[in-house]
Design a protein around this ligand. Structure first.
Ligand code: ZN
Length: 526
């Protein structure tokens, strides 16, 4: 039994969890199965590549007819990994459940679960701080009791973190749980936040829990099952989810997609090509009440699992940020969620690879917070440029690396080795790019675009000017090109004074004329 990580991006990761009953890839969602009403054939899970499911140990125990508890794999007719939840959700819904925490541990061991959950006390959405504190303390007490009680060492136990919307309690709970050796940690009580689209608090809860928990362990988020949220939750470090939403939505005629939920009755065509949608139409599916639910259940699961596969591929390629950019456009509340995640950019940076196998895209101002941009700005401020030289500031926009741009290549080449001169490009994507960093990741590998926004020019130009100032230049020669070039000229003049700046008009002068002018200026200053 183990958790292996194969690839990382932002706080997300691609991994494998091995249990006694087999291995499955993460990020993963456990479809929650009703032990007494199974709508899907076991062969479906095989075909859909679903390697682990979840069911409710409390409901199983309550409905047990014979004196011997049957193996949960036999009950569900599912041979691969089975996780069981303890009934904590029933506590949340109905108050007490009439079963002792110790009984539910023993029962999960008896039925041969692969991944178990202790009977914690969910804080819920509406608890006041006092109640939240109590649920945290009581869950910790039960965790100790559970760890003493377990006799099998082939079950992966989840340690639930509580605290609800009270972030200090979440952090305290995570700290306490991290002192106890659980193979998997989990965060409770997010369902109502997701239903009411309070993604801002959800993001903060996950960050508070993740910060205190050991990074080497998988992290489970209870009750998350809509594909629209998966990329964001994975980016925050969630490896596992569980949900019955796929089935509950199907019953209500709801059709899940990565961009949101649709009503089957409102649909004319399926754009999805999963086996449940292929060769049929919404009207045909709608017309047959028996088939309708089964088809929707199947499609909803395909939708969840194809999104998880897409996320895993994005992590492997280092493009999870691009997926968030795209998905955040699906709904204003997702844009809020993305903005909130962006406010934790430094945490995301710490776990993102410094160099990636593929180039990245710089799409809009939201890309400014991506870890690669943060990392670049940090490297820039550490860059050991020689001080007190003449700084030649050139446009960096039409081709990468910038020094190979045919418009100014001859200028770059002529002065690159001159000990009197430092070359710095002004890029609409990155701001200042000294020639030494021009070929490093991500500058040379990033696809950016010139947004043509005066405000963006302004902030980039200010960054160029403040960077050039740190070089304590004897003189600055700026080849100005276009609106952005003029903004850089204004900012440099403001920061360093008019007498330090020599302006050359890159739009009017030919490269040879630019070189002659630079040579004259260098001779004068040198
Ligand atoms: Zn489909």
């Amino acid at each position: 039994m183990s958790f292996q990580v194969h690839a990382k991006d932002l706080l997300g990761r691609v991994g494998t969890i091995k249990t006694r009953s087999g291995a499955f890839d993460t990020p993963h969602m456990f479809p929650v199965l009703d032990p007494y009403f199974q709508i899907l054939d076991p062969a479906f899970f095989e075909r859909a590549g679903i390697g682990a499911v979840m069911t409710n140990a409390y409901l199983l125990k309550r409905g047990q007819r014979s004196s011997e508890a049957a193996d949960v794999h036999d009950t569900l007719k599912f041979k691969r990994s089975v996780a069981t939840e303890s009934g904590a959700y029933q506590i949340l819904e109905y108050g007490e459940v009439g079963v002792k925490p110790s009984e539910i541990i023993e029962y999960q061991e008896k039925i041969g679960t692969d991944i178990g959950v202790i009977l914690d006390v969910p804080t819920g959405f509406r608890s006041d701080p006092r109640r939240a504190r109590w649920t945290v303390d009581e869950t910790v007490r039960r965790a100790d009791q559970a760890l003493d009680l377990t006799s099998r060492n082939d079950i992966l136990w989840m340690g639930p973190v509580q605290g609800g919307v009270h972030l200090k309690e979440v952090a305290r709970s995570a700290e306490e749980m991290s002192k106890r050796n659980f193979p998997i940690y989990a965060l409770g009580s997010p369902t109502e936040l997701m239903e009411s689209q309070r993604y801002d608090i959800l993001v903060e809860m996950i960050i508070a829990a993740k910060t205190a928990l050991p990074k080497s362990k998988p992290f489970h988020l209870f009750g998350a099952g809509h594909p629209v949220l998966f990329p964001f939750l994975v980016a925050l470090g969630c490896d596992l989810f569980d949900s019955a939403a796929y089935a509950l939505y199907a019953r209500a005629g709801r059709y899940l997609t990565s961009e949101g939920t649709q009503l089957l009755g409102d649909m004319v065509e399926f754009s999805c090509t999963c086996p449940a949608c292929l060769d049929t139409s919404p009207a045909k599916v709608f017309a047959d009440p028996r088939e309708r639910e089964t088809r929707l259940v199947q499609h909803n699961l395909w939708a969840c699992f194809s999104e998880l596969r897409r996320i895993r591929e994005a992590i492997r390629k280092g493009r999870l940020w691009e997926l968030l950019e795209a998905r955040s456009r699906a709904h204003p509340s997702l844009m809020d969620c993305f903005d909130r995640i962006r406010s934790h950019a430094e945490q995301l940076e710490s776990s993102t690879p410094v160099v990636k196998p593929h180039g990245i895209f710089h799409l809009s101002s939201s890309s400014e917070d991506r870890p690669e941009a943060l990392d670049y700005r940090a490297r820039l401020s550490r860059s050991a440029e020689e001080k007190g030289r003449i700084v030649l500031v050139l446009p960096g926009r039409w081709r990468r690396p910038f020094h190979e741009d045919p418009r100014y290549q001859v200028v770059s080449n002529s002065f690159d080795d001159n000990p009197e001169i430092s070359i710095c490009y002004y890029s609409p994507t990155w701001g200042p790019v000294p020639i030494e960093l021009d070929e490093t990741f991500p500058i040379a590998q990033a696809e950016g675009r010139d947004l043509g926004e005066p405000e963006l020019y302004q902030s980039k130009a200010a960054h160029v000017a403040s960077f050039v100032k740190t070089l304590r230049p004897r003189r600055v020669i700026l080849v100005s090109h276009g609106e952005y070039g003029r903004t850089v000229a204004t900012e440099l003049t403001k920061t360093l004074g008019r007498r330090k700046i020599v302006l050359l008009n890159g739009e009017r002068l030919k490269p040879q004329a630019i070189m002659k002018s630079i040579e004259r200026k260098v001779a004068l200053v040198g």
